[in-house]
Ligand binder design. Sequence first.
Ligand code: NAD
Ligand code: UPG
Length: 329
Amino acid sequence: MKLLVTGGAGYIGSVVVHQLLDAGHTVEVIDDLSTGHVGSLPGEVMLHKRDLHEVGEVLTPSAGFDGVLHFAAKIAAGESVERPEIYWNTNVGGSLALLDAIRVAGVQRLVFSSTAAVYGNPSTLPITEQATVAPTNPYGWTKLAIDMAIAHAVKAHQLGATSLRYFNVAGAALDGPIPLGECHEPETHLIPAALEVAAGLRPSLRIFGGDYPTRDGTCVRDYIHIEDLAAAHLLALEAIDPGRHKIYNLGNGKGFSNLQIVDMVRAVTGQEVKVSPAPRRAGDPATLIASSVRARAELGWVAAKPDLASIVGDAWTFFQTRRIAGSTG
Ligand SMILES: NC(=O)c1ccc[n+]([C@@H]2O[C@H](COP(=O)([O-])OP(=O)(O)OC[C@H]3O[C@@H](n4cnc5c(N)ncnc54)[C@H](O)[C@@H]3O)[C@@H](O)[C@H]2O)c1
Ligand SMILES: O=c1ccn([C@@H]2O[C@H](COP(=O)(O)OP(=O)(O)O[C@H]3O[C@H](CO)[C@@H](O)[C@H](O)[C@H]3O)[C@@H](O)[C@H]2O)c(=O)[nH]1
């Protein structure tokens, strides 16, 4: 297939781009490089360095795209509480421009990066796709709004679409020609932030909140290896049905508290990771753990690297490789 990947220079998008190329697809990327890295893309991929709002200039009826994988977004739940307008503009505004271009071009396949953040504080665990949606931060609301816009476009225009609701994505893809991993400035995600402390780049890791109703008072998250997550996109793309909007939760079904993550980072790196207690981060749900039963049953998705030690281990290997190479890719 000829595929357009929005946000393909980012952490998750770039790994999916490499897997799509390996599977024989042709890929073009639209990315404004606001948080992505051109060095993460192989030379054969055409990069349209543009804002998502301009996607109609790339996704034209004559361009011949068979499908779209949509990653471009603002992604930090905490920041979205302070700057909600940026999240509504980029995530929702940009996605509406994309849906319009998809309709005009008659594209029939869409895979969208949705999120566990749509569920808020769930009443039961693990979280299935039938759980009540009640986001606790603007980021989650924007993703839920996009899911709804996609559902309506699917009904009206015979589009086939799949929303993949990722839980916490981590680790790195190390076997390809370019080592790919998380590289944001500043790092706001827990694992890369903890690795920066282990490497001596930050004095300590602030732990946001110690009074949640969890085993040790810190938030609990379900971490999924980037390569396992990326693989689900190829399965979802193949399984798309015109006129249907499918939703799949993607995680490993196991929760780790923030302090357990710190302990794993200590074990993997062999370094001390100093922590300092900090107030709760606004908008954080206490516990997010996925049920991925539906993805396994309908997509045949199986996680090859579910254990936390290899997820953190790969993130650490990437972190060290990147520092030695001195690259930002
Ligand atoms: N990282 C996670 O744990 C996680 C979990 C759930 C969902 N997601 C979703 O997965 C997707 C990818 O996340 P990521 O972790 O790779 O983030 P990322 O920031 O590394 O990648 C986002 C990419 O989109 C590009 N981009 C941002 N705004 C743009 C715009 N207006 N126009 C064009 N390009 C733009 C960035 O330059 C970047 O390359 C996002 O939609 C995110 O919401 C991520
Ligand atoms: O320096 C830090 C960074 C994070 N945390 C905590 O660590 C946990 C995980 O936070 P983070 O790594 O920022 O991820 P989430 O806020 O859970 O969000 C990620 O995972 C969501 C799905 O669960 C996705 O929707 C988001 O895009 C993605 O950023 C939360 O309790 C944070 O408060 C800290 O205590 N200190």
